[in-house]
Design a protein around this ligand. Structure first.
Ligand SMILES: NC(=O)c1ccc[n+]([C@@H]2O[C@H](COP(=O)([O-])OP(=O)(O)OC[C@H]3O[C@@H](n4cnc5c(N)ncnc54)[C@H](OP(=O)(O)O)[C@@H]3O)[C@@H](O)[C@H]2O)c1
Length: 270
């Protein structure tokens, strides 16, 4: 296999689009997600369209053994993974104490622990091969605290801080670490996380293909942090700290509340 990218969460949304872009450049793929049929469909599409090799691994990243199994399988098959894209992740709307602890811990397992474990397995392999590119999916949420999505926002802060540190640690190793921080994007993310009625997702969400294209380009350039919305990026990096943190957290909560339109409809129905 050549120029192999391992992409987690490749069965939908941003991950699926990243797989399409990588295949369009002639790169082979290892696709990871739980939904095998989706991965099979994508594999057939990419193999027919671009004559690339695609391996699928239908795995549940809430299982702590899975990152190790994925790594062992690539070594067993003598596959040199050049690109590691830790994209799998999910959110969940609601008051922290009212959502199940099990769901919170699963979120931490997928968004943080599996991403950390895969990165730990593959870095020595990349160092031995003399090259590598890693991209981790964070979010604009990484810059904020997120009432009504407390664990999700915190998990994405971890991903960003972790990625920035590794970007520095690996600067002399020919391995780049890019943290992609998208804003609201049209994927299955909102429905999976009960976020469809929130003000954030009632606004303008970007397409998964545009976010993936921006992320892929940033990864190839070895960018440290990539925010696909330039104005948002400027505000998060340069303006946020000018406001009292209390206000910022309130604004963040407003984005997670039902949109005004929904409240109006709700009142009419009630
Ligand atoms: N959409 C947004 O607004 C947005 C904004 C900022 C950041 N992000 C981040 O972007 C990444 C991709 O999300 P998306 O928007 O493309 O959402 P999506 O369409 O829901 O895709 C999520 C992917 O993660 C996989 N996944 C979820 N739980 C998994 C598990 N337990 N084991 C293995 N795979 C699992 C899903 O596959 P299966 O269900 O088949 O397992 C799916 O392929 C996430 O990390 C998300 O936090 C999204």
């Amino acid at each position: 296999m050549k120029k192999v990218a391992l992409i987690t969460g490749a069965s939908s949304g941003i991950g699926r689009e990243l797989a399409r872009i990588h295949a369009s450049k002639g790169g082979d793929l290892i696709l990871v997600a739980r939904r095998r049929e989706r991965l099979e469909e994508l594999k057939n599409e990419l193999q027919q369209q671009y004559s690339v090799s695609v391996i699928i691994m239908a795995k549940d990243l809430t299982d702590p053994a899975v990152p190790g199994e994925i790594f062992t399988e690539t070594i067993r098959q003598h596959i040199q993974v050049e690109y590691l894209i830790n994209n799998a992740g999910f959110g969940g709307h609601g008051m922290f104490h009212e959502r199940s602890l099990e769901k919170h811990l699963e979120m931490i397992q997928v968004n943080i622990t599996a991403l950390t474990a895969l990165t730990h397995y593959f870095i020595p392999h990349m160092i031995a091969n003399g090259l590598g590119r890693i991209m981790n999916l964070s979010s604009t949420a990484a810059f904020l605290s997120g009432p009504l999505q407390a664990v999700y926002f915190a998990s994405k802060s971890y991903v960003k801080l972790f990625g920035e540190a590794l970007h520095n640690e690996l600067r002399n190793e020919n391995i780049s670490v890019t943290t992609l921080c998208p804003g609201a994007t049209s994927t299955e993310f909102a429905s999976t996380g009960d976020l469809e009625q929130t003000a954030l997702f009632k606004g303008n969400a970007r397409s998964a293909s545009s976010v993936a294209a921006y992320g892929y380009h940033s990864m190839m350039k070895g960018k440290r942090v990539a925010i696909n919305e330039p104005l948002m990026g400027f505000a998060l990096n340069h303006l946020l700290h000018l406001f009292p943190r209390k206000w910022v957290i309130r604004a963040s909560r407003m984005a997670m509340e039902p949109s005004r339109k929904e409240i109006k409809v709700g009142r009419q129905v009630a």
